[in-house]
Design a protein around this ligand. Structure first.
Ligand code: PDD
Length: 294
């Protein structure tokens, strides 16, 4: 049976339980991280833990663990849940258990939960179908908050419209991101993704893809994408820890470019897969090189 981590110990998932007054359960008062693991290499752990600390700071919390402790928890989960090459680690911190008041009076002990999940093998031959929608989320999308109802409704919308898998969001005429992914567009060979701000999650895969593209001499700009530019794109890609770089071939029921994964995506994905393979081949304890390392 799957082993998870809860508040200081490893235990079978079926035995892990949180009190009903946990503020995560009552208010969605907490933050999370999803970290991909290729082979035994934890991808960009420092960057994921930095984002976790930033999310926690934004909700007036401190990290309950040092980076070394987080690494120990993650490696413990990987050892206890062997199998499958690509996996993801889910980290979840809530403000803790307290009587239901919006602002808790007493200092609380955070609830810390972590689990390991397989990343399903994805074949991007046909590409993904996505829809667009107004970005109905709040103004702090840079916080990786566990309160995900807007994102869930937006993906549910995509599913109900035409079985699409993701919703690309538009705010005041500009592209922000996907409900659970960042977005890249390609027009006349130039790759563009919106700059980081409070309306998008600073995706770790996004940053890695920008770095890999530049390393491969594929021009990539961090610049605003207006709504008409999204619809005129030759290619659209989604990026996330669990999807990697996924080509979008249908937008609102119409083909994107030629309706097939495009040549720039092919080049980008090739660089990304090579990068993954290099990491997966590295033993666990090997220190990562300084640049484009993982
Ligand atoms: N989601 N934007 C949003 C709103 C996201 O939820 C995610 C990831 C991303 C991509 O970030 P990264 O490249 O660091 O995974 C962008 C994760 C995978 C999830 O909620 O399961």
């Amino acid at each position: 049976m799957e082993t998870v981590w809860l508040n200081g110990r490893f235990l079978p998932a079926a035995e892990a339980a949180v009190p009903v007054l946990d503020r995560g359960f009552i208010f969605g008062d907490g933050v999370y991280e999803v970290i991909p693991v290729f082979g035994n290499h934890i991808l960009r752990l420092a960057e994921h833990l930095l984002r976790l600390r930033q999310s926690l700071a934004a909700i007036y919390m401190e990290s309950p663990h040092t980076d070394a402790e987080w690494r120990g928890i993650i490696e413990g989960l990987l050892e206890r849940n062997p199998g499958g090459r690509d996996r993801s680690i889910y980290l979840h911190v809530t403000r803790g258990v307290a009587p239901r008041e919006h602002v808790s009076r007493a200092p609380l002990t955070p609830t810390v939960f972590a689990m390991c999940n397989p990343i399903p093998e994805r074949v991007h031959d046909t590409g993904l179908s996505v829809v667009t929608h107004a970005d109905i989320r709040w103004q702090r999308c840079d916080i990786k908050a566990i309160s995900l109802l807007p994102g869930i409704l937006l993906r549910e919308h995509a599913q109900r419209v035409d079985g699409s898998v993701e919703t690309i969001l538009l705010r005041d005429g500009y592209l922000t991101e996907g409900a659970a992914s960042n977005v890249f567009v390609v027009r006349k060979g130039e790759v563009r993704t919106p700059p980081k701000c409070n309306f998008i999650l600073p995706g770790v895969t996004r940053d890695l893809v920008i770095e890999l593209l530049r390393g491969a001499n594929i021009p990539c700009l961090e610049a605003e994408v207006r709504e008409p530019e999204l619809f005129a794109a030759d290619e659209i890609w989604l990026t996330s820890s669990t999807m990697g770089i996924a080509p979008v071939t249908r937008l609102d029921g119409k083909p994107v470019g030629a309706g097939r994964p495009g040549p720039v995506w092919r080049a980008a994905d090739c660089v990304y897969q090579e990068f993954k393979q290099r990491l997966g081949a590295m033993p666990v304890a090997q220190p990562a090189p300084a640049r484009a390392s993982g």
